[in-house]
Design a protein around this ligand. Sequence first.
Ligand code: FE2
Ligand code: FE2
Length: 475
Amino acid sequence: MSTINYSEKIPNNVNLADDRTLQRALEQWQPNFLSWWGDMGPDGSHGYDVYLRTAVSVDPGGWAHFDHVKMPDYRWGIFLSPGEADRKIHFGEHKGEAAWQDVPGEHRANLRRIIVTQGDTEPASVEQQRHLGLTAPSMYDLRNLFQVNVEEGRHLWAMVYLLHRYFGRDGREEAEALLERRSGDDDNPRILGAFNERTPDWLSFFMFTYFTDRDGKFQLSALAESGFDPLARTTKFMLTEEAHHMFVGESGVSRVVQRTAQAMNELKTDDAAKLRAAGVIDLPTIQRYLNFHYSVTIDLFGADQSSNAATFYNSGLKGRYEESKRDDDHRLTGQSYKLLDVQDGKLVEREVPMLNAMNEVLRDDYIKDSVAGVNRWNKVLEKAGIDFRLTVPHKAFNRQIGTFANVFVSPDGSLLSETQWAANEAKWLPSAEDRAYVASLMGRVAEPGKFANWIAPPAMGINRQPIDFEYVRFD
Ligand SMILES: [Fe+2]
Ligand SMILES: [Fe+2]
């Protein structure tokens, strides 16, 4: 039951062969996906043999197979986690009713919107990262980039399956549109802000996979609670793949920090100019990159008060992070939540109905989770005997969405005038000069076991292979 059928054109564990109409529709979408991959997937890499993992089962004990494959031959497919017998909706106004195996008519438009918004982020990140392979700091890192890319492609498949299978003609149209929008395009951009930003260098890539893929984890976790069972099952399996994406980010930043700390100790300096002359990334620049990616990513959770978010929860479409582990009534009517607001030139807490604050609830859980990894980066500094500590900026810093969109707040949470902000912005966010310096370090290192000067090697290889394994064979 849990093994995936690889003899089919579209590997799957959803008995696609029994539904000829759906199978044909997806087989028509497949060449469009491949042509999108050809145009917008990793630049110049289509002929490489890459040591990739491919999902072959949804059994947590042995779900992946590792081998060298050319990316255009990757077996993207449709894999749902096993269903639970008699699963019930466990939150919102339908709590206690049987989970939906089909789309409930009254929630159709909202469900489609949720699926399209999630689906849109998947190809967007592939587009954002498509030139990074040309400047990978090692073969090991190049392989990790490609692994993330092919799996984001599969996450697109996961959402497209739902659109085709459950939403008829408008679902098919949405599936086409997912291949037509382009990250950063003026006329037809991706849906969410952070997915239209550039990911121009590897420090940005590691910050993106740490912070923005973690937004993915929280969105997927909330959808894995959904009363719409196929959505819950497919997002649950996507989370298995997502863990590696965040690992790439966390270990990537950690290795950059480690290398910088080593250079600081060798040169006995914290002077940014001297460290840059030595070809490593000074800690204040790493902090500015962190500030940028963190603030742009927490915007993805949406407005702090949202009637849509209330509807999504109340109708059982999107739960909270770890909904089933919480011991409250899972309906939340009559409960309140504390939000930050701006009043008389000050940041103050204000209580609002919890249902309207569901975006903020998820954002706050996300923030707790992000901080944990930043503390692990600080352990590297502590171990090296360096006093500098990385921190996440205040939640109101550099926000474009919600209450703080029109105010200026410093990383430590002080409200500022626009002039004060402008005078300090270059201290807090990557300047053109920072970006140019980081860009100047980027150059492909493609020999097995060799690493660019600005990053430390990883502690171990992938799938118990040695660090100097030939993770990518160039043609
Ligand atoms: Fe994804
Ligand atoms: Fe991801």
